[in-house]
Ligand binder design. Structure first.
Ligand code: SAH
Length: 346
């Protein structure tokens, strides 16, 4: 069988070329693009201003890739929703909707699985399954919008996977989701979180996007960081911080540092002092995350007291700090745990 092309992963320019190759006028591409990314239809037959003949030609060449929601869990506490979607090939990915006063925020997965191996993270336990296509990144948002009948205004790339390890698809997704002719979500409402792939951070900086870059730092010295995150064997904290300074220089965007607090591993006052000294001078914000224990590892969450002390210590140095609010506690599992359970159950 002929491999169908994934039409939702094309930008308008590429779609125009494809449509011309079918012997059609380029303006048709604009109409089709709007059906896909504004009206978010799932079949060619719904494209009512396109002739039957062209609709047939399109379905001979292209597929409209969609994600099938296999489960939705809704928190009774705050309305947070966790979605499990089946992707082409059969595996399952996870996305989360968080409802805030300022709008709907969705946390998407960028890969099925992950190969970064962070010790405390459930997403990486079974390694990488595959990269997600731009269409599959978009679909996590489009399907959630359909499910709730409301628009999504904010996106965080903080689900399973390392976004910069799927660089081409992720940057294509960023282009599509922020396109004013398409879904039109503001760049400023998007945060990309990375474990710190230095060359890719520098490459992203040169795109001069207005998205927020979040760095999973989780330690104030290389030795501790290497214990928690294998990627720290490849890039030192100094190299990561240099890339952050460069990102700020190129984009003017304040950096977010994520720091998951693990009892007895990285949560002492000495470490808060060292962290403060290292990030001094970087226009940044620190987000503290009490680690969410996963049953496969014996990491323990820092106590409330330790988290508060860590926060106050950083604030003493005039660093902007927040503690991540736990959303959907009743449906919670650490990132990727739900997915792992769903896949085991099959
Ligand atoms: N790969 C990217 C994005 C995915 S994870 C990255 O590393 O940034 C999003 C954030 O959650 C990262 O900071 C990650 O380190 C953190 N995280 C993953 N598992 C966690 C857990 N069990 N408890 C607390 N934070 C966790």
């Amino acid at each position: 069988m002929k491999e169908l092309k994934d039409i939702k992963s094309y930008n308008l320019k590429e779609l125009k070329e494809e449509i011309q190759q079918l012997g059609e006028k380029p303006f048709r591409a604009g109409q089709i693009y709007k059906w896909l990314h504004v009206d978010k239809v799932e079949t060619f037959d719904e494209m009512t201003n396109i002739s039957k003949d062209l609709r047939q030609k399109l379905s001979d060449e292209f597929e409209i890739r969609t994600l099938e929601p296999v489960k939705v869990l809704i928190s009774k506490i705050d309305g947070t929703r966790k979605y499990l979607f089946r992707i082409k090939g059969g595996t399952i990915i996870e996305s989360v909707l968080m409802r805030y006063h300022h709008g709907n925020s969705v946390c998407i997965s960028t890969q099925s699985g992950c190969r970064m191996g962070c010790r405390f993270c459930a997403s990486t336990l079974n390694g990488l399954d595959r990269n997600l296509e731009p269409s599959e990144l978009l679909e996590q948002i489009y399907q959630i919008e359909k499910n709730i009948g409301e628009k999504v205004s904010n996106i965080v790339l903080m689900g399973s996977g390392e976004p910069l390890d799927n660089y081409d698809n992720v940057t294509k997704f960023l282009e599509l989701i922020t396109d004013e002719n398409g879904a039109n979500i503001s760049q400023r409402n998007i945060t990309l979180s990375t474990c710190g792939l230095v060359p890719k951070i520098n490459e992203l900086a040169m795109k001069h996007l207005q998205i927020t870059l979040a760095i999973s730092l989780h330690a104030s010295d290389d030795e501790t960081r290497r214990k928690l995150m294998p990627i720290a064997n490849k890039y030192t904290i100094d190299e990561v911080l240099e890339a952050c300074r460069n990102y700020f220089k190129e984009t003017g965007r304040r950096i977010t540092f994520e720091y998951s607090l693990v009892a007895g591993e990285n949560d002492t006052i000495v470490e808060a002092d060292r962290l403060a000294a290292r990030i001094k001078g970087i226009n940044c914000h620190v987000n503290l995350i009490p680690v969410n224990p996963i049953k496969e590892r014996n990491f323990v969450q820092s106590g409330k007291r330790a988290v508060l002390d860590f926060k106050r210590r950083l604030e003493k140095y005039k660093i902007n700090v927040t503690i991540r609010r736990e959303m959907g506690r009743d449906i919670n599992g650490a990132c990727g745990q739900l997915r792992n359970e769903a896949m085991k159950g099959e």
